[in-house]
Design a protein around this ligand. Structure first.
Ligand SMILES: [Zn+2]
Length: 58
């Protein structure tokens, strides 16, 4: 099962999305994206929980 997440799903004004084979890989990509594209965005436990609640399996 491939996991998918869109940045916009988390409430950000951003069209970025990504897929990964595991939730762990997906969260790594999200963290990297947040660091590179959303300067100052902190990946807090609350944000991680929010992101995880929006992960889709495709
Ligand atoms: Zn984004």
């Amino acid at each position: 099962m491939t996991k998918s997440i869109s940045c916009a799903d988390t409430g950000a004004n951003c069209s970025w999305s990504t897929t990964a084979e595991t939730e762990e890989d997906l969260m790594k990509k999200v963290s990297q994206h947040a660091k590179e594209e959303h300067e100052g965005m902190k990946v807090t436990p609350e944000l991680v929980a929010k992101i995880k609640s929006h992960i889709k399996e495709i």
